[in-house]
Design a protein around this ligand. Structure first.
Ligand code: PDD
Length: 281
């Protein structure tokens, strides 16, 4: 395997950044995960737009031009012979002696790109079965709209979910409302058939998959509500699902051990997954 690190393509096993990298010292960086489907990067322009937003919010410069980043993403995918999988990009504020203040102007941001293959059959099998999610108290900082590499709360939430037999954690805020998953956006379908997800303006990352699924919902003419939903409402929902570049649309069949709907992936989630796949074929 090959990775790209600050201007060089290196063996994945040797790919490393300096110990004084701001990412390593302070989690002072941002990232994107894009799906690779049949050799193409799914929704690359939107991911790079969001990367730009994250960088701007944190006042980190682009490590190189956007066109150069696109080129490197494609190179890393090609050099790893990835047809279906994920490509990862991370940009940090660069290498500088540990000091909380921003480093001197001449310190260049660091960039790392990796790619790996995934098994589409395994993903399909998972989607046909659905996943279990486990709730977890929201304990993240208020700037979850920025896709930073500071993911310790997400790590702890997802590990908790795993230890409870779940695949994903659903953060629940102090009012009892689900915000999002540890690495996904959260959705339900109500008994009346309305698709519900929280508005992107408050307490969540504006997922690219979320945006695309919203467009599919509109095109299909499905009833849709962008509003918070409580954990209680989720437990009574007809369907639930999560979205992310890494899972696309993934049905949820259990929340905190309670069966959702009939315990099988719902028709809306299944349909949206198909539509998403058709759109990227
Ligand atoms: N996670 N919410 C959070 C907290 C996320 O980390 C992610 C993505 C999403 C979904 O965003 P998108 O649809 O753009 O992938 C929502 C990536 C995949 C990860 O950390 O692995």
């Amino acid at each position: 395997r090959i990775a790209y690190v600050n201007g060089q393509y290196v063996r994945h096993g040797d790919a490393a950044v300096h110990v004084e990298d701001r990412g390593y010292q302070f989690a002072d960086g941002v990232y994107e995960v894009c799906e690779v489907w049949q050799g193409n990067i799914v929704d690359m322009p939107r991911h790079l737009d969001r990367l730009n937003r994250s960088l701007t919010e944190l006042r980190i410069d682009w490590p190189m031009s956007r066109a150069a980043v696109e080129f490197v993403l494609r190179q890393v995918i090609r050099r790893n012979r990835v047809r279906n999988g994920l490509v990862y990009i991370q940009v940090t504020r660069g290498v500088s002696r540990r000091d909380h203040y921003f480093p001197p102007e001449d310190v260049a941001p660091s960039i790392v790109v990796t790619a790996r293959s995934s098994n589409p059959d395994a993903a399909r099998a998972q989607a046909e079965q659905g996943i279990a999610v486990v709730s977890y108290p929201e304990n993240r900082w208020p700037r979850v709209d920025i896709k930073t590499i500071a993911l310790l709360p997400n790590v702890l939430a997802k590990q908790h979910a795993k230890e409870q037999g779940g695949k994903e954690a659903w953060y629940v805020d102090s009012n009892g409302y689900v915000t999002e998953g540890g690495s996904t956006n959260a959705w339900i379908v109500t008994k009346d058939g309305a698709v519900v997800t929280r508005a992107a303006e408050s307490g969540i990352l504006r997922g690219i998959t979320r945006t695309v699924v919203l467009e599919l919902i509109e095109k299909e003419g499905l009833t849709f509500e962008e509003r918070p939903f409580s954990l209680e409402e989720a437990l009574e929902a007809k369907e639930a699902f999560v979205t992310a570049a890494s899972t696309v649309v993934m049905p949820v069949t259990r929340v905190d051990g309670r069966i959702i709907g009939n315990g099988h992936p719902g028709t809306v989630a299944t349909r949206l997954r198909e539509l998403f796949r058709t759109a990227t074929d």
